[in-house]
Design a protein around this ligand. Structure first.
Ligand SMILES: Nc1nc2c(c(=O)[nH]1)N[C@H]1C(S)=C(S)[C@@H](COP(=O)(O)O)O[C@H]1N2
Ligand SMILES: [Mo]
Length: 576
């Protein structure tokens, strides 16, 4: 049996036809999308809809299980789903042409609807998917025509070039030889005009006598082989279009992403009017989290690429004077620089979604005062270029000196992943309640009138950070030598400040840890303690007390709906 005849089984080819056609459609759609809003491409748009529609527990599970790989995992899932639908459409299209057209239309409409429904999208976002649907339909009909061309059920027989399949085909169909299913389907399908039922008994009956078989010897021109070649040629052509369009989409994205990166690299941040207070001596270098190590949590399937020229920040809603700023105008305002710890409400006890950076930005309170906030407005809703909304209490913004519109992080312009060109930052609030990235507008409104993105999904409307602490060394389930073992970690209660950190080993009394100095109450505190370890398994736990006297509660709570609680506990084995 030749490889070709064994693999180009009719059903296999029908499925392949669906896959190739769908891939061509997606590639064409993504190419068009790459010139406009890259988020309007069908794969990313459908993924975005799934992200937004996913129930909170599913999102929690995804973040917990896949961490920052949650986005590639989701996109792969979308790809597998589309591929499965495409194969089914291909199989159906081999039977009835209109199934294929309906499949292509469904694909186009689903992609278009998803794209248009994205918060940042207009009606134009439908175009890539619609064009992709047309490309899919064209590819389907080209492939199906090739599958059907030049064939005559009576004269066409793959068995001619495939002696091994001769015997079942010869025995069958008249005798109903049971082993004939596969080869017969293959044979019949080669012979099929598209639109006929490849495996129906009716067709089988028609081909059953296979009179052609005897007419063509091994040297006879092989109609089926020609058919195959034509199909393969069409498949190659469709694949070439797919590869070319896909490559075009990737290149265009790169070029435009490169433009955003170049915009960022060209930014010259002015010196702050108020530099960050120098870090007190005795700081561990891990106090500041490097940009590349800083956790990233957002719903963006592709990092938004903001064009700096056309970017604007609008301040509007319940204000006396709506304001609009270009990036250059923001940079002209006096800038402050502060060390601030940012953490995610989804962080589990002991989890990694927390970091401290030196942020540079425009203080927000004076800017809001210039806009003249209506006394009735109690919520500032920050919106991003990708449609995120994050609501922060007006009181918090006006009363907290260091709430800012950040333009710099650790001495660089904001990294693209962390919100270039501008993000908000509210010390003391979890990121979902005060740290909108890729900021584009601030709307003054009320909590009664609008639920921000996560609030409409059940999370608390206000997100003050809970007093908490974490053990970083020794690692959980780690092994240490007996004797003096350094125990260290961080504790945080942004806005209130940390008063005390205590560590308990097994059932011994709580022992106070040493606290390293901090520049303000808005950062985490590094703590350390020396433990004289004795051989055997041990349990270490930590708890913090903030400067209001609140002790981190022992009671375990899940991150949903307003942040995890509980004492971080690690188990360590001390080896002999
Ligand atoms: N535009 C936008 N801003 C966003 C988010 C988002 O999904 N989109 N996520 C928020 C959440 S939940 C957190 S914890 C912080 C994380 O900021 P980072 O990724 O810079 O660490 O960003 C906040 N700002
Ligand atoms: Mo978050």
């Amino acid at each position: 049996m030749t490889a070709t005849s064994s693999t180009l089984d009719g059903r296999w080819r029908a499925g392949l036809t669906g896959l190739l056609a769908a891939a061509a459609g997606i590639a064409v759609a993504e190419l068009l999308a790459s010139f406009g809003d890259p988020g309007s491409g069908p794969a990313v748009a459908v993924g975005g809809v799934l992200v937004d529609a996913a129930p909170t527990p599913v999102k929690e599970f995804a973040v917990r299980t896949f961490g920052t790989a949650d986005k590639p995992v989701l996109l792969s899932g979308v790809a597998v789903g589309i591929a499965a639908v495409a194969v089914v459409v291909g199989l159906l299209a081999a039977r009835r042409r209109w199934f294929g057209l309906a499949g292509a239309a469904l694909f186009a409409v689903a992609g278009a609807a998803a794209a248009v429904s994205r918060p940042s999208a207009g009606l134009l976002a439908a175009l890539p998917s619609l064009a992709g649907g047309v490309a899919t339909a064209l590819a389907l009909s080209a492939l199906n025509r090739r599958r059907a061309s030049g064939t005559d059920p009576a004269t066409e027989d793959p068995a001619t070039e495939d002696p091994a399949s001769e015997s079942p085909a010869t025995d069958d169909p008249a005798t109903g030889h049971p082993a004939s299913e596969g080869p017969e389907g293959r044979q019949l399908d080669n012979a099929q005009p598209a639109g006929d039922e490849p495996t129906s008994s009716g067709v089988r009956g028609r081909v059953a006598p296979a009179p052609g078989k005897g007419l063509r010897g091994p040297g006879t021109p092989d109609v089926a082989g020609f058919d195959r070649r034509a199909f393969l040629q069409a498949a190659a052509a469709v694949s070439a279009v797919t590869v070319a369009a896909g490559a075009g989409a990737v290149v265009t994205r790169r070029v435009r992403g490169g433009a955003a990166s170049r915009d960022r690299e060209a930014v010259r941040l002015p010196a702050p009017a108020e530099p960050a207070p120098p870090l007190p001596a005795g700081q561990d270098p891990a106090f500041v989290t490097a940009n590349r190590d800083f956790y990233r949590v957002d719903t963006a399937l592709t990092v938004p690429r903001v064009d700096l020229e056309s970017w604007r920040l609008r301040v509007h809603g319940r204000v006396e004077h709506p304001l609009t700023f270009t990036f250059a105008e923001l940079l002209q305002r006096p800038l402050i620089e502060r060390h601030i710890t940012l953490n995610c409400v989804s962080n589990e006890v002991g989890g990694p979604y927390i970091g401290t950076a030196k942020w540079l930005g425009v203080p927000l309170a004076p800017l809001l005062r210039e806009a003249g906030v209506d006394p009735g407005a109690d919520q500032v809703v920050a919106r991003s270029v990708d449609g995120m909304s994050i609501g922060t209490p007006v009181r918090t913004v006006l009363d907290t000196a260091d709430v800012m519109l950040c333009v710099g992080m650790n001495g660089e312009p904001l990294p693209l992943e962390h919100g270039f060109p501008v993000r908000m930052l509210t010390p003391g609030l979890y990121g979902y309640a005060g740290a909108c990235k890729w900021l584009t507008e601030l709307e003054l409104t009320t909590f009664g009138a609008f639920d921000a993105y996560w609030v409409s999904r059940g999370w608390a409307a206000r997100g003050p950070v809970k007093t908490a602490s974490r053990i970083d060394r020794p690692a959980s389930f780690g092994h240490v030598r007996p004797g003096a073992v350094p125990v260290a970690g961080v504790a945080w209660a942004q806005g209130r400040g940390i008063d005390k950190v205590e560590v308990q080993i097994d059932d011994e009394p709580w022992r106070p840890a040493d606290l390293l100095p901090v520049p303000s109450t808005d950062t985490w505190v590094q703590w350390r303690l020396t433990w004289t370890a004795t051989p055997g398994p041990h349990t270490l736990r930590v708890r913090a007390t903030d400067r209001t006297g609140t002790v981190q509660p022992e009671q375990r709570a899940t991150p949903f709906p307003d942040g995890a609680t509980g004492w971080h506990t690690v188990t360590v084995t001390v080896d002999d």
